[in-house]
Design a protein around this ligand. Structure first.
Ligand code: ATP
Length: 312
């Protein structure tokens, strides 16, 4: 039997003035899932998250979050959600313990002092409990923010770019914690711009210009998009990149470290083009599985075209 849905909304729409920033967005998130929320800057992720947790009222659309109506029962949703905002939103001039105590008090947490002490220990913050939050490094601030949004044992975590600007070790530790929470039955909706994080999600939805472009299991997104990808390694990649543009079957050419990835949806045409370039020598070509990044670049190119048409 499939897991019950913790979030199930349809047609969610938000307008600011005459601008529609979230446009008929649907999402269904099963209990215990880690659901990645991706899209370029300004695509409407934060606005959607704020509608889901009851901080913003949708202009259109309906559905439930944690079994409560997103329009009519926002106060009840708020009590069971842990929301980590994009910017550090705790008090810089309070200590770590004081911040956690303040949040625990707001949520009316029972046995508050014990709960705060446990939170400090769980997240490895016990030794630093007397330190002012404002003096913490980015990684430790992020740990504190996570501890604060877990203090009332929420069933759903909404994390808005929680690892932006955090070093790789801290990001890895953070994701270990997310997986541990998910195993314990906590549902996680997390926005991110990092592909290595996206691939760790059970499901992904990708939004651009307020509209959902795709959703599905993270590992299946490239297959759903239907991309075929070839990798070119060797010298003169700048010239190769220019020469490949507009060739039959080539939908996109993108740099991946020291290589070029060339992708398209017409596998036969693309291979014919690749073979032609391969015959000229110079670079080493290999077929590689399409990744999430190629899939999203491809989707974005299509979305831009549609957006220009819409705007025209
Ligand atoms: N209160 C507001 N009033 C007017 N416009 C707003 C408001 N909040 C957000 N917007 C606009 O809505 C659009 C979507 O913003 P949002 O923050 O939801 O995007 P995002 O996908 O979270 O972006 P990022 O990845 O940069 O955080 C942007 O154009 C933003 O300027």
């Amino acid at each position: 039997m499939s897991a019950p849905l913790v979030i199930d909304v349809r047609g969610l729409t938000k307008r600011f003035g005459d601008k529609t920033v979230v446009d008929h967005f649907d999402i269904a998130v099963p209990r215990g899932a880690i659901y990645g929320f991706l899209g370029p800057n300004g695509s409407g992720k934060t606005t959607t998250i704020r509608m889901l947790c009851g901080l913003l009222t949708p202009d259109e659309g309906d559905g439930q979050c944690l079994g409560f109506d997103v329009r009519r029962e926002a106060p009840r949703i708020k009590t069971q959600v842990g929301y980590m905002t994009q910017r550090f939103s705790l008090y810089e001039d309070l200590t770590i313990r004081e911040n956690l105590d303040f949040v625990a008090r707001m949520y009316g947490v029972a046995d508050r002092r014990k709960r705060v002490t446990r939170a400090l220990e769980d997240l490895g913050l016990a030794d630093r409990s007397g330190q002012l939050a404002g003096t913490l490094s980015g990684g430790w601030k992020q740990r504190l923010a996570l501890a604060a949004c877990l203090i009332h044992d929420p069933k759903l975590l909404l994390l808005d770019e929680p690892t932006a600007g955090v070093d790789p070790k801290a990001r890895r530790d953070f994701w270990d914690e997310i997986r541990r929470l998910s195993k314990a039955g906590v549902t996680v909706l997390v926005s991110t711009h990092y592909m290595d994080e996206a691939i760790q999600c059970d499901f992904i939805t990708y939004i651009a210009y307020g509209k959902k472009l795709i959703d599905g299991p993270a590992t299946q997104i490239p297959t759903i998009v239907g991309l075929s990808t070839w990798r070119a390694e060797g010298p003169n990649l700048v010239a190769l990149e220019a020469a490949l543009q507009g060739q039959p079957g080539v939908a996109q050419v993108a740099r991946f470290g020291s290589a070029l990835h060339v992708s398209g949806t017409d596998a036969t045409q693309l291979e014919a083009t690749v073979r032609r370039f391969e015959a000229e020598g110079g670079q080493h070509w290999s077929k590689v599985p399409a990744g999430l990044e190629e899939a999203f670049i491809h989707l974005m190119a299509g979305a831009r075209d549609n957006f220009s048409r819409d705007a025209a």
